[in-house]
Design a protein around this ligand. Structure first.
Ligand code: BJW
Length: 252
């Protein structure tokens, strides 16, 4: 595939790589995306009710139970070959960072180390009022359970209208301003601030490589668009990158 060869050339010439992923990255593991197809979360649920602080305050048990169900599903699935390929890319670069919008832990399970979870992590909790962190929930019948301070617990994820963690954003922006390439995988590119990352990196001089079965809001900025699934394209890309490096080490 010509796009894979062009992407390999670009990625092989880079020293500093940013990879950014969205829900499409986890689809082949069995986790639904938010916005595409009849099984997408926002085709079946109202995002205002389930992914905003106002929705939580209107009906805390509804939101808590929705996350309990999603956590159960996520706990059953495993990283696929695409997650593993991204983890395998990390040691190939002198600077590497993975900026994921996903909350499912699959990149960490696959072995990625320098990882920023922009929208939090479904396995962590914090209280609504004071953001006191909690790694487990108290054994109680109350739904949602409460923090020691009395406030409701909620998942430690970022809902619409909430700011992202400033330390995470600092790490992301520093990497975006200095990377040679940004590899964008499985995001529709419509939720900010992550949606702005490819254009920001491009303005700072980086090349943009996108992997997605569908054309997205990012595609116009892509130097190479690999129209394929993550689980298919990323292992192929890593195999080509390794072959390219091996050939460079032993010319002739
Ligand atoms: C495959 C595939 C395969 C399929 N392989 N690919 C106007 C301008 C700028 C900003 C705004 C604006 N209006 C409103 C805003 C702000 C808002 C926003 O961006 N809204 C947009 C909808 C317009 N953003 C926010 O509110 C953010 N906060 C913020 O801006 O704070 C500012 C602030 C500062 C100071 C004080 C207060 C505030 C927060 C955004 C939080 C988003 N949260 C969610 C839920 C997280 C928790 C949870 O999971 O429950 O994050 S919403 C949801 O969307 C989730 C995702 O991370 C996020 C992005 O979705 P993603 O990952 O792109 O998924 P999809 O489904 O859209 O796309 C899947 C893709 O995969 C598709 O392209 C498929 O083709 C592809 N695919 N199979 C590869 N096998």
């Amino acid at each position: 595939m010509q796009e894979l060869d062009r992407a390999t050339e670009i990625l092989a010439g880079a020293r500093r790589l940013v990879v950014t992923t969205g829900a499409g990255m986890s689809k082949e593991s069995g986790i639904p995306t938010f916005r595409e197809g009849p099984n997408a979360l926002w085709s079946n649920y109202n995002q205002e009710d389930l992914a905003t602080p106002e929705g939580f305050l209107r009906n805390p048990p509804l939101v808590w139970k929705w996350y309990v169900e999603r956590r159960k599903l996520m706990a059953k699935v495993s990283p696929h070959a695409g997650h593993i390929a991204i983890a395998e890319m990390e040691p190939l670069y002198s600077e590497f960072i993975l900026l994921t919008q996903n909350i499912d832990n699959l990149h960490r399970q696959a072995g990625s180390r320098n990882l920023v979870e922009l929208h939090g992590n479904i396995y962590r909790y914090k209280c609504f009022d004071n953001h006191h962190p909690a790694s487990s929930v108290p054994d109680t019948h109350e739904v949602p359970p409460r923090c020691v301070c009395g406030s409701y617990l909620r998942p430690d994820v970022v809902w619409f209208g909430e700011p992202l963690d400033p330390d995470n954003l600092d790490r992301a922006f520093a990497a975006l301003e200095s990377c040679d390439v940004i590899l964008v995988v499985g995001t529709s590119g419509i939720v900010y601030p992550a949606a702005g990352f490819p254009a920001l990196a491009k303005r700072a001089g980086a090349r943009v490589v996108e992997v997605n079965p569908e054309i997205t809001a990012v595609t116009a900025d892509a130097d190479v668009f690999i129209q394929a699934r993550a689980g298919e394209a990323l292992p192929a890309l890593v195999a080509r990158l390794r072959a390219h490096r091996a050939a460079r080490k032993s010319p002739g």
